[in-house]
Design a protein around this ligand. Structure first.
Ligand code: SF4
Ligand code: SF4
Length: 456
């Protein structure tokens, strides 16, 4: 039974431009620029050097710690640079640049598991780890860490197929065109967590995908339950999806695992399937290229590391009037200032705006209408959080639970004063976390100095 979550908004979904367009394969680019950080956690460490020949699926970056993943070559060719390059999260990030030889030579390491059905949960998790799989809906948390830390503690696994952000249709097309990967990956998750069923949460604006999945689930007798929800943003936010499926609420400051839930993006589930049955690590990504600035919007599958300029080229280019580029959806995505940045594991969309999508106001102040409070799915009071952030009152902002903000953008969307609420919350959270880290470092240094003095 579907449970409702509090708040949310109903933006125009803008999916018509691409929802009926099959996924196209991008003609491989001459160069790929593969960042060593496409995940939450420690960046990976490059293990190749300039001049090395590499093959598709070969590891080129090793994990930089437990919460980290390996990175693999997405084309075959020659490494021409290992150096900092413009990064989609801002600034620069070490990247391995590969000159494509267009041979598409597969690494000897890419081979399917010999007996997939006979693998233990731990062996499956090891395959997920070695394939460099992360939360591919944009969260980018290493999937093997989520799985291994959930062994014995999770009673509900949910596949997130809500794809609630406007414009984005890659998951929708994947369900229509590759349902076996979705259902096969779901079966593997059920096995890893020892469950007799997994849930797949989907919105009712994708009923043709529901029909396709239903057929495959029935034919293969797969342990998958489809939960169809009314379309409402942010239905695909982890905590809201958990509530919608189970009726349980994640406590403030906690993760879904606190209520026995583990949520996996649909793309992640397909990546698990490919890793086990094809031996293929994460080397490709389906990206929706859309928005009023794109001549011919499409869903495109491209090698990881493809410069975003190549995606726009494949869509007929950008209109002259284009004034804004966003990586991700319009609600949670990040503005980009260069077409040199490349597609990462969490990139689901590249949008270009040329019309009046952005309703900004230079000088504005809160009119205390309360509209932001009514739509916040986390039961927060954005107007106060904004005021505290603006005045740099970090303790007050923390007391107002700004750290629980999931940055969904529903408040910004609904604010008649057009205040940059989410931007303020991101900055405030960053400042609070920086202050906490600095305080801890200071306390550790003082404790170490005191211990040294005692010994002396
Ligand atoms: S305060 Fe945060 S969680 Fe609440 S609506 Fe705004 S962005 Fe979303
Ligand atoms: S919606 Fe905007 S103007 Fe209204 S109370 Fe919230 S922050 Fe203020």
């Amino acid at each position: 039974m579907a449970h409702a979550f509090f708040g949310g908004v109903h933006p125009n979904d803008m999916k018509a431009a691409t929802k009926d367009k099959a996924i196209e394969q991008l003609a491989a680019p001459a160069q790929v620029v593969i960042p060593m950080s496409m995940h939450i956690g420690a960046p990976s460490k490059p293990i190749v050097a300039v001049g090395d020949k590499v093959k598709v699926g070969q590891m080129i970056g090793e994990p930089g710690g437990f919460v980290s993943v390996p990175v693999h070559a997405s084309v075959s060719g020659t490494v021409v640079a290992v150096e900092p390059r413009p990064f989609s999260m801002g600034g620069y990030m070490t990247a391995v640049v590969i000159e494509n030889d267009f041979q598409n030579t597969l690494s000897e390491d890419v081979k399917p598991a010999a007996d997939p059905e006979g693998l233990t949960p731990e062996q499956l998790c090891e395959i997920v780890k070695n394939a460099g799989i992360v939360g591919m809906g944009g969260a980018t948390f290493p999937t093997h860490v989520k799985i291994s830390s959930g062994f014995g503690k999770i009673d509900t696994v949910i596949i997130n197929a809500a794809e609630c952000e406007p414009y984005i249709t890659g998951d929708h097309r994947t369900m229509l065109e590759r349902p076996e990967e979705v259902v096969g990956g779901a079966k593997l998750l059920a096995k890893m967590f020892g469950l007799d069923k997994v849930h797949l949460g989907i919105e009712d604006n994708k009923m043709n995908a529901v029909e396709v999945l239903k057929k495959v689930i029935e034919e293969t007798k797969a342990p998958v339950v489809l939960d169809v929800f009314h379309t409402r943003y942010p239905q695909g936010a982890e905590k809201q999806l958990c509530q919608a499926v189970t009726g349980r609420q994640v406590p403030p400051g906690a993760l879904p695992s606190a209520i026995g839930c583990a949520v996996f993006n649909l793309n992640t589930v397909c990546a698990i399937y490919r890793a086990v049955y094809q031996g293929m690590p994460v080397v490709n990504k389906v990206v929706t290229v859309s928005g009023s600035g794109v001549i011919e919007p499409k869903n495109i599958e491209c090698p990881i590391g493809t410069p975003i300029s190549k995606l726009f080229d494949a869509c007929g280019g950008l209109k002259e009037e284009t004034y804004k580029l966003i990586m991700g959806g319009p609600m949670m995505g990040l503005a980009q200032y260069s077409t040199e940045v490349s597609v990462g594991k969490g990139t689901g969309a590249m949008l270009a705006f040329a019309e009046d999508e952005e309703r900004t106001s230079e000088t504005s102040s809160c009119i205390r209408c309360g509209k932001c409070v009514g739509v916040c799915p986390m039961h927060l009071e954005p107007l106060y959080m904004f005021k505290y952030g603006e005045k740099n009152l970090l303790d007050a902002a923390e007391a107002a639970n700004v750290l629980d903000c999931i940055e969904c953008g529903a408040c910004t969307y609904n604010c008649p004063a057009r205040l940059h609420l989410v931007h303020m919350f991101r900055t405030t959270k960053q400042k609070i976390n920086d202050a906490k880290r600095a305080a801890k470092a200071k306390a550790d240094a003082e404790a170490a100095a005191a211990a040294a003095k005692k010994e002396a």
